[in-house]
Design a binder for this molecule. Structure first.
Ligand SMILES: NC(=O)c1ccc[n+]([C@@H]2O[C@H](COP(=O)([O-])OP(=O)(O)OC[C@H]3O[C@@H](n4cnc5c(N)ncnc54)[C@H](O)[C@@H]3O)[C@@H](O)[C@H]2O)c1
Length: 324
């Protein structure tokens, strides 16, 4: 898995995702060196740098990138702050990892992809559901037994009850910011999408709350998106169906596989499959970072590259545009 060469990574952002899932993953890789950390808030920067043993700390990312010798950078902050930092890093010929969503519009990720290509560096988006060990195992089993999926369902439900907008005071809509995880996972399960019809509703709020869609994959299968932020609570699960096999997957807990009409159901535990009860391991973050570092070393395009993320953002646009 790892060769002698160490990939030098600079880090921008000392917030929740950085501390809880991304940096805990990166510090475990023998072939990664964390060369510097930057956050606008000095105390947060110091606390995070102490936690992960990072010597060089900055409040200005340009100063950091002038001083440290980095090959790649993680930029972990809310989507409406991303764009200029991403382009600055790409222009410095650094490989860039960002969280989802990849900016606030399809236009932004399209231009991030253009700058990455121009500078011959890699861009990757943290659509981590694809890297969840249980999801990958179930997908492999379904494809191996039954061939391409003819039906896939992605469900993402939450309960949010805020009179003003719950996402960054309204800087971005819920579907693009968060429900996009389910949209991207539909592409992971069924492939690229040929056509889609959406049903988006505010459900009595002054912003959209329900995001349902029916789509046809280019391979002919059917995809269903069930998204709703006015339900009983967080439920995030997936269905994968092909000939004579079905997987029902809830990566927070487990999956069941139904095969050949048998009454026996195979059960798979998410933490057992990942070999860890740590969220960053069983929820795909560790594997996602491993993939990014491996791509940097091999020069391969990441599975969730900026180019791929354009398609996911376009699908979000189409759900809004092609309403029932
Ligand atoms: N994959 C997932 O399941 C998942 C879950 C939650 C959030 N996210 C995504 O993760 C991203 C980050 O969210 P978070 O909650 O960790 O953010 P956060 O607000 O906790 O942290 C962001 C940090 O960036 C710093 N920052 C902002 N601008 C900066 C700049 N110019 N230079 C240096 N530092 C700067 C802030 O001071 C802050 O400490 C968001 O895009 C969000 O959508 C993903």
């Amino acid at each position: 898995m790892s060769s002698e060469r160490k990939v030098k990574v600079a880090l921008i952002g000392a917030g929740g995702m950085a501390n809880n899932v991304h940096y805990p993953s990166l510090v475990q890789f023998d072939d990664v060196e964390l060369v510097g950390l930057c956050d606008l808030v000095e105390d947060k920067c110091a606390a995070t740098a102490d936690k992960f043993g990072i010597e060089k700390r900055y409040t200005d990312y340009r100063e950091m990138l002038d001083e440290v010798e980095a090959e790649a950078v993680y930029i972990l902050m809310p989507p409406h702050h991303l764009y200029d930092l991403v382009i600055d890093c790409l222009e410095r010929k650094l490989h860039v990892f960002i969280e989802k969503p990849p900016g606030v519009t399809t236009h932004q990720i399209t231009w991030m992809a253009k700058w990455a290509e121009k500078n011959e560096v890699l861009g990757m988006v943290g659509f981590n559901r694809r890297y969840i060990p249980l999801m990958r195992l179930c997908r492999e089993k379904v494809l191996a037994h039954g061939g391409p999926m003819h039906q896939a369902v992605a469900t993402f439900y939450k309960w949010m009850d805020e009179p003003m907008h719950p996402y960054y005071r309204g800087a971005i809509d819920i579907l693009t910011s968060d429900c996009i995880h389910a949209v991207d996972t539909l592409r992971f399960m069924g492939g690229d999408v040929a056509r889609v019809v959406g049903s988006v509703k505010p459900l009595g709020e002054n912003y959209d709350m329900a995001f349902n869609a029916l789509m046809e994959f280019e391979g002919g299968g059917t995809g269903v998106l069930l998204g709703n932020w006015r339900t009983g609570g967080r439920i995030h699960q997936f269905e994968m169906h092909s000939r004579a096999i079905s997987a029902f997957v809830n990566p927070d807990f487990d999956a069941s596989i139904h095969q050949d009409g048998n009454l026996f159901t195979e059960r798979l535990d998410s933490k057992e499959v990942a070999g860890s009860d740590q969220l960053y391991k069983y929820y795909g973050f560790w594997h996602q970072s491993r993939h990014f570092i491996d791509c940097i070393k091999s020069g391969a395009e990441p599975e969730t590259s900026f180019q791929s993320a354009i398609k996911t953002m376009q699908l979000v646009d189409q759900i809004y545009q092609n309403q029932l």
